[in-house]
Write a protein that binds this ligand. Structure first.
Ligand code: OOG
Length: 252
């Protein structure tokens, strides 16, 4: 039996409101694939906008082979960000995790598929970020269609200070992710598709294929540089990229 995308979006929204997780749709329904997942995500976005949220950008997920292996989904995924996620109500989350990322700010509309060499021309800022993810799927057990329907687990984000864009050396800057001052991962922006510029290339193609655009001023989270860690109370999470700055999320 297939599941109507409207019904799926309503089930996900109710579970989010009630702080419940769900068994993945793909176990019980046919047709839970990429196109279906983005259809549900589009309905979710429309419902949130109708409820007064603003779309402030986009995020990429599963942008490293390591993360794709961990989550058993083998391609990058795209979700949307809203203003509510910029000040997330952490108490309303059910199985939150946090991961270190690189964020970009668009200085021009992203309205066509771009090659790598054109990326700098649409950016006006780059920063270190932390993303809070919270899956609707119990234990983060999902397939591609499920995670797309769930807006790629997007729940919140924190962006450090915006810096001028120098894409040349960005990929190989040294990065760390620390919890309570103790480094849990040593990494670099190269963990994101080999170079985080590729996340923008991927996003621009994704938008063009769907006939969508993202306006100047939007924030783009390029993807995780290291595995997510559980977001628990009484802790301080910090991502640092040398020469770029840091992003901090404290639950103290
Ligand atoms: C999917 C979203 C992961 C990333 O940067 O890889 C993500 C998940 O693992 O829940 O945002």
């Amino acid at each position: 039996m297939s599941l109507d995308p409207h019904e799926a979006a309503a089930l996900l929204a109710a579970a989010r409101r009630e702080r419940r997780t769900l068994p993945r749709f793909s176990d019980e329904h046919d047709g839970v694939d990429e196109a279906w997942g983005y259809d549900v995500q589009d309905l979710d976005r429309a419902a949130r906008v109708a409820a007064g949220e603003w779309v402030v950008g986009a995020k990429l997920g599963l942008t490293s082979e390591a993360k794709q292996r961990t989550m058993h989904v083998h391609q990058p995924i795209v979700g949307f960000l809203t203003d509510a996620m910029a000040a997330p109500d952490l108490g309303g989350l059910v199985q939150p995790r946090v991961e270190p990322e690189v964020a970009f700010r668009l200085g021009a509309d992203l309205d066509r598929a771009l090659g790598r060499g054109e990326i700098a021309s649409v950016l006006d800022g780059v920063a270190v970020a932390l993303e809070v993810i919270d899956s609707r799927w119990t234990g983060y057990h999902f397939r591609l269609g499920d995670v797309l329907a769930d807006n790629t687990s997007a729940a919140g984000f924190v962006v450090g200070e915006w810096r001028g864009v120098d894409l040349e050396g960005l990929a190989n800057l040294a990065a760390t992710f620390a919890v309570d001052g103790e480094v849990v991962s040593t990494t670099s922006p190269a963990a994101i598709l080999g170079d985080p510029s590729e996340a923008l290339v991927h996003l621009s193609r994704h938008l063009e294929a769907r006939g969508e655009t993202l306006p100047a001023g939007s924030v783009v989270l390029a993807g995780a540089m290291a595995d997510a860690v559980p977001l628990t109370e009484g802790r301080r999470f910090e991502a640092v990229v040398e020469g770029l700055g840091s992003a901090v999320l404290s639950t103290l």
